[in-house]
Each structure stands twice: as structure tokens, then as C-alpha cells.
Design a protein around this ligand. Sequence first.
Ligand SMILES: Cc1cc2nc3c(=O)[nH]c(=O)nc-3n(C[C@H](O)[C@H](O)[C@H](O)COP(=O)(O)OP(=O)(O)OC[C@H]3O[C@@H](n4cnc5c(N)ncnc54)[C@H](O)[C@@H]3O)c2cc1C
Length: 367
Amino acid sequence: MGNSTSSGEACDVAVVGAGIVGAAVAARLAQRGLKVAVLEAQQVAGGATGRSAGIVTTGLPGYYTRAVQTFGREAARTLWALTVEGRELLAEAARSLGVVWERTGSLLLALTPEEAESLRMSAEMLREDGFAPHWEKRDPLGKGFLGALRWADDGVVDAAALTCALLASTPVTVHSGTEALGLETNADGIRIWAYRRTLRCSAVVLATNGYAPLLGKSLSRWTTPGYAWKGVTESASGSLPTPCLVDYGYVSLRPLSDGRLMVSAWRPPGAFSHDPDEALRRRLARILRRYFPEAARRFPERRSGIVGCTPDGIPVVGSLSQLPGVYFALGLGGCGLNLAFVVAERLVNLLLDGTSPGILGENRQGK
Ligand SMILES: Cc1cc2nc3c(=O)[nH]c(=O)nc-3n(C[C@H](O)[C@H](O)[C@H](O)COP(=O)(O)OP(=O)(O)OC[C@H]3O[C@@H](n4cnc5c(N)ncnc54)[C@H](O)[C@@H]3O)c2cc1C
């Protein structure tokens, strides 16, 4: 694969996007002996990964009951198992690269009787299916929540540091500030037109999150941009024992070691018809005022970002039929760190061995 030519730099695989998915894919491919180049429009982890709150949870937003309803019991079980596998792969990568990973556990807190019932039933079904969440009927925080589901093994990570460390740990060439602008396939392979650079390669991986349709129009059926917001309180804001997720997992609070709280919230596309920033922050403010008044103050540090969301809320791994050799790994949404390493592994297996991505593939079939 990959000879140098006068018409551009050559590599075996070009990965577009240096978020956690692109970095994990690039590192795995390089470990398998391929010459890999990464193109990143901003800087490494400049997208959602570097803005994330770093909470790595078990499961998907909306809880197990909803997943069982949507996908069926077996598929829901598979998905939850993948998030456990992904969390452990991430924890192992962080540990081996010397990046902060803390096994804090997490609490999912119910705001309404419906949410409490959904959490209670989720806990029951999850235990039947071999998982070990703990349902607490009484609010462990004493703040008026209507119950809580506890996962002991969840944790927090510095996702930006992990992404940088992954890329630094393998012989991958990273081109920051280099937006990929177009792709062309011909008999010799694939040519990527990028800002101030042209690359020739045998395969391309799009790990561009919500921006994927800009390079592959057909990907608009797989990913649309959702919106996420994060803020850190000005000063110490009481003490939360562990990261907490509220409102079906769409709002999270993470205690920092200096006593400040990192608060974040997200919604999939279309959840708010007008200004998503304003609507999201208003909803968040209502929850904070009622349950975490100590955190409902100023947020001097704020970030927001685009998160790529699929129609069914599960990431997708596949290849473009109209552009042979172009692959994609997308749709981690607003809490997808738990699946990043599984997505990367399935992408690499598809690209190198033709192995089906199973339930993360385009037809959502299998394990
Ligand atoms: C505010 C916020 C808080 C969050 N909190 C959490 C959390 O606590 N827990 C959790 O699990 N998840 C959280 N998330 C979601 C999580 O960060 C994402 O699911 C995950 O990081 C997505 O990784 P990615 O590699 O797919 O995408 P990204 O990290 O967005 O990487 C894609 C990269 O592609 C680059 N790119 C795009 N187009 C091009 C192009 N044409 N050429 C070159 N480069 C290009 C972008 O610049 C970007 O760096 C949060 C997200 C945000 C925004």
C-alpha cells in the first residue's frame, strides 16, 4: 500500500478528524504496521472530545427500558455490554499512557415519577441480563430526587489528554490546521484535497463527527449535528460524591478535585426548534436552581460544541458504496466516550479484514 508520488504525499490510510475516535483508529492502524496520516481542521481534540466533561458511563441516554422498547431486549443487552467493553478499553488505554482516569462510579438521578419508574425497571432488567447496577429508592443526595441508579465502575477521564497521548504513542503523522476539503477516487487509489496539502492513499477514514456530510453527502442520513454545552462554576460548590446524570442522562454534573462543579447538558438534533444554546441553558438553569442551587451561579469557564447524532442514537461504522475505500466512524452523540474504542476497533476490523461491524454497522444486525 501507499507509494510516494509527485502528485501528493503518500500514506496507506488517511484519517480525517483527530478526536478520540480518529486518534484511536489511527493508533490501531499504525500498530498493525500501516503508514497513517491524520488530517485535523483545528488542533488535536479541538472538537467535541476536547470540550467534553469526560464522564464515561455505562449505557446510553434514555435508559435501558427505552433501548429495550426501541431495539429489543437482546440488542439492548448487546449495546450495554459494548459500553462496558468500551469503558474498559478506554480505562486501559488511559492507564497504559499515563492519562488521568478515575473510577468514580456514577449516579443516574430521577427528576419525575416516570423517570424513577423507568430507572427502577431498567435496574431490574439489567440485573436479569447480567449487569450489576444498584437501584436506590431513596435519593442518596437528599436533594429531592425520586430515586437513583448507581454504577460502581464508571469513571472520568481527561479525553483531550488521552487523544493527544494516543497519537503521540504511535508513528502517526498528524497535520493540524489542515481541513480536508474533498475526496477523489481513481485507479491509483484516493486523493484527498486539503488545506495547503494533497494526500494520496489506499483508504480514508472519516472520523469527523457531526461534520461528516461535508465530505460525504450521503452521510447526512447517518449524522446530524446535535448541541452540547459545558460550564465550570466559579468557586467551590458544595460536595457531590460522584458524577451525576439527570434528566435521562442529558444533564451531568462532575465534581472537580478543587471543589468546583463541571456542569454539562446536551440534546440530539431537533430537540429545540429555536436557539439551542438558549433553550438548553434555560432547561439546565431550572434543574440547577431546584436541585443544585449551589451550582446555579456564574460559569466563568464555558464551552459548547457540536455532537454528531444518528437517527437511532447508536454510533455507526461503515463504508461509502459510491467512494470505494472511504470508511466512516460517526455518531457518538453527547455521551459517546464509552463507545469510542469499540467503534475504533470495529472500524479497523472492517477496513483491514472486512469484518462486519455488527450492531454498529449500517444494517444494525448482529452483536
Ligand atoms: C460540551 C460537551 C460535553 C460532553 N461531555 C461528555 C461526557 O461527559 N461524556 C461523554 O461520554 N461524552 C461527552 N461529550 C460527547 C463526546 O465528547 C463526543 O461523543 C466524542 O468526543 C466524539 O468524538 P469524535 O472523535 O467522534 O468527534 P470529535 O471529537 O468532534 O472529533 C472530530 C474532529 O474532526 C475534525 N474535522 C471535522 N471535519 C474535518 C475536516 N473536513 N477536515 C479535518 N478535520 C475535520 C474536527 O475539527 C474534530 O476535531 C461531550 C461533548 C460536548 C461538546
